[in-house]
Design a protein around this ligand. Structure first.
Ligand code: C2E
Ligand code: MG
Ligand code: MG
Ligand code: MG
Length: 291
């Protein structure tokens, strides 16, 4: 029986791999048409200021609405688009949509920054700065309202060319942010070299903050490092009031995570921005204490 079980395990695993490969192959096949037909959608997640007690920014996150497969998350198709040579058109669509949504919010009187996630391939293709410039111009969005988030791994292989493109974006007035800081990379030298103003601490740090003293010490260390370098540090993945309090105690001034809001469609933003109430998190804490 053990042998039969083993075999069926292997078969199940093989089928799982098969279907995973089948899905990736299928997504690769469908991606060009999806781009052409604009089967993508942007959602926006609040970034909050602890001192300001309000939503200061919105991170734009792309979704693929596949007619048969439903919503496909970016972790499944960004690397695919990179491999298929389609990341530049996809990022151009993202830039266009997100800057127009941001401009509409400003026209409606909402003072928030918008973050866009950038692909290293776009930077390597050499057209990121001009593409950002034309998206801003077409949308009528001031450059200083835009934050470009670049994943840490990108910074590591940043060659001189990439550095100068980043410098161009900075000179244009855009704000540069290091995303997923601390996720699997250990070189810190680029932090001193590149023109970044924001450091986004990976959510793994936040997840560990309540685990033990070491987890808390690491978070304090990342906050201290960022602040000493003159950067604004954003904690990602804040899910509980306990995490909020510990981060606050350690001087963290900017946070993002499900506690403050899940990503929502652009249509819902006026409502989300208007209804946001910092006091409701204190209420949650009091409710916790009552139990
Ligand atoms: P990211 O830039 O680090 O974005 C944050 C991710 O964490 C988002 O996942 C968000 O939904 C999720 N998240 C936010 N708060 C919480 C929380 O409290 N707990 C947990 N567990 N997760 C939380 P999402 O939307 O699936 O995006 C995944 C990644 O895909 C992003 O990570 C980013 O690297 C990439 N991505 C998303 N949109 C774009 C895009 O337009 N262009 C590019 N190049 N990459 C994108
Ligand atoms: Mg990001
Ligand atoms: Mg990222
Ligand atoms: Mg991140």
């Amino acid at each position: 029986a053990a042998k039969a079980d083993g075999k069926s395990c292997v078969r199940t695993a093989a089928r799982a791999i098969d279907s995973a490969m089948g899905r990736r192959a299928r997504l690769a096949r469908d991606l060009p048409a999806a781009l052409e037909q604009e089967h993508f959608r942007m959602v926006y997640q609040p970034v909050v200021g602890v001192e300001e007690r309000r939503i200061l920014g919105l991170e734009s996150l792309v979704r693929w609405d596949h007619p048969q497969l439903g919503t496909v998350p970016p972790d499944e198709f960004i690397s695919l688009a990179e491999d298929e040579g389609l990341i530049v058109p996809l990022q151009r669509w993202v830039l266009g949509r997100a800057t127009r949504d941001a401009a509409a919010l400003h026209a409606a009187g909402f003072e928030v920054m918008t973050s866009i996630n950038v692909s290293v391939r776009h930077l390597q293709a050499g057209c990121l700065a001009p593409d950002v410039a034309s998206a801003l111009a077409e949308a009528g969005l001031p450059p200083h309202k835009l934050i470009l988030e670049i994943t840490e791994s990108v910074m590591l292989d940043a060659e001189d060319r990439l550095e100068s493109d980043l410098a161009t974006l900075k000179e244009m007035g855009c704000v540069l942010s290091v995303d997923d800081f601390g996720r699997g990379y250990s070189s810190l030298a680029y932090l001193a070299r590149l023109p970044v103003q924001i450091l986004k601490m990976d959510r793994e740090f936040v997840a560990d903050i309540e685990r033990d003293e070491r987890g808390a010490t690491l978070v304090a260390g990342v906050l201290d490092l960022g602040h000493r370098l003159g950067l604004d540090v954003v904690a990602e993945g804040v899910e509980t009031v306990g995490q909020l309090r510990m981060l606050e105690e350690r001087g963290c001034r900017f946070m993002q995570g499900w506690l403050f809001g899940r990503p929502v469609d652009a249509d819902s933003l006026p409502e989300v921005l208007t209804a946001f109430d910092w006091g409701s998190f204190t209420a949650v804490e009091n409710a916790d204490l009552d139990i």
